[in-house]
Ligand binder design. Structure first.
Ligand code: SF4
Length: 367
């Protein structure tokens, strides 16, 4: 793999680098209209996105996965804005995880004692319509300068209880490799930081970004975990498979967080296909996340009962390495809560009756 690929959706035979592709992302209604048969709601959504602070961008690669005619296409639902984004429903929040209230230094959020999240850019190659940080991505500033990040690194030095740093954004992989290496070096120079996680959707939306050169640069920072974000089996293409396998071949573990989204993946068979496909390319399905109550995403969210029903259907049917935890990130940034279907039928002193995935009951006796 040389970081080059063709752009079938644009009808070009020429091969392009990831940077050329990122620069060719569709960002206007007129350009999108040339690629997709838009509905009135999508047209209105695109107009609104251009006017609002949360922009639209779709890489030619990701656009090539969209169904040109079908607005219910699960890829299209993730990246094409809709008029419903203007609606607010009860529970909607601008900053659902309370990140602003948990800011401990410029660009650094801390919500748990042992970890912190560093925002290194506000840019993404695709702006996902369910994004938890829609309040700030694509706004202004782009990649954060070394000078701007210095206070955050100083804070990490002064707080050795933080052992895990999530380098996030935006998508850090829209930055140049040289700039990313400078940022990772600063974080790695903090002696108390044991693990670094790189949060990126590049393997899903811009797989050409994952080149041997990038992987060689990243592996210098091991243990470095790549946290990615596949939501539908249509995203498991030959190109994304190559990207994931290249990361794994360079000793970079890849974990996946799927967001449960209405009309995209809210049924057991879609998620079973996704999770099985991920483990085949050595990506561990790590979390199934209840979609955060981000302002303007009510049309994409599901009730909690949907996630529980999916987990119940997959338990026992799917190998344990492919089965993620179902997580609700509580509004206000109070932390993640794992939810499980209820398998306890009754409790008595020393004896608990459980329900198995086949529906049989069995009593477990304490020693
Ligand atoms: S890539 Fe991540 S930060 Fe960027 S829009 Fe998508 S979910 Fe948000």
């Amino acid at each position: 793999m040389d970081g080059r690929f063709s752009l079938p959706v644009l009808g070009k035979k020429k091969r392009h680098t990831w940077l050329e592709e990122a620069r060719n992302a569709v960002t206007t209604l007129e350009a999108m209209e040339r690629q997709l048969e838009l509905t009135p709601s999508e047209r209105e959504g695109a107009r609104r996105a251009l006017a609002s602070g949360f922009p639209m961008a779709i890489t030619p690669y990701y656009l090539s996965l969209c169904d040109r005619r079908d607005p219910s296409c699960p890829i299209r639902r993730q990246c094409v804005p809709r008029a419903e984004e203007a609606l607010e429903v009860p529970g909607d929040l601008r900053d659902p995880l309370g990140e602003e209230a948990h800011t401990v230094a410029p660009e650094l959020f801390q919500r748990y004692p042992d970890r912190a999240l560093l925002v290194v850019t506000d840019r993404c190659s695709v702006y996902c319509r369910f994004c938890t940080r829609s309040r700030m991505v694509g706004q202004d500033g782009g990649a954060r300068s070394v000078e701007r990040l210095r206070p955050a690194v100083a804070w990490l030095r002064a707080h050795p209880a933080v052992r895990d740093v999530i380098v996030s954004g935006g998508d850090p992989l829209v930055m140049s490799t040289a700039r990313l290496v400078r940022v990772l070096s600063m974080v790695r120079e903090v002696p108390s930081v044991e693990t670094v996680r790189l949060a990126t959707r590049a393997p899903v939306v811009l797989p050409s970004r994952v080149t041997p050169g990038l992987c060689r640069a990243l592996r210098r920072f091991n243990p470095l975990w790549v946290m990615t974000h596949f939501n539908h089996p249509k995203e498991l293409t030959e190109a994304s498979r190559r990207a994931c396998e290249l990361l794994a071949d360079h000793g970079l573990p890849v974990m996946n967080q799927t967001v449960l989204l209405r009309g995209v993946n809210d049924d057991p068979s879609t998620l079973e296909a996704l999770f099985r496909g991920l483990v085949r390319v050595r990506v561990r399905p790590y979390y199934l996340l209840q979609a955060d109550p981000v302002r303007g995403t009510g049309h994409l969210r599901t009730p909690l009962a949907t996630g529980l029903a999916v987990m119940e259907a997959l338990q026992g049917r799917l190998t344990g390495i492919a089965l993620p935890k179902f997580i609700v990130d509580t509004p206000g940034g109070l932390g993640k809560v794992p939810l499980l279907p209820d398998y306890v039928v009754s409790r008595a002193p020393g004896a608990t009756t459980l329900r198995t995935f086949r529906g049989e009951t069995v009593t477990y006796l304490d020693p």
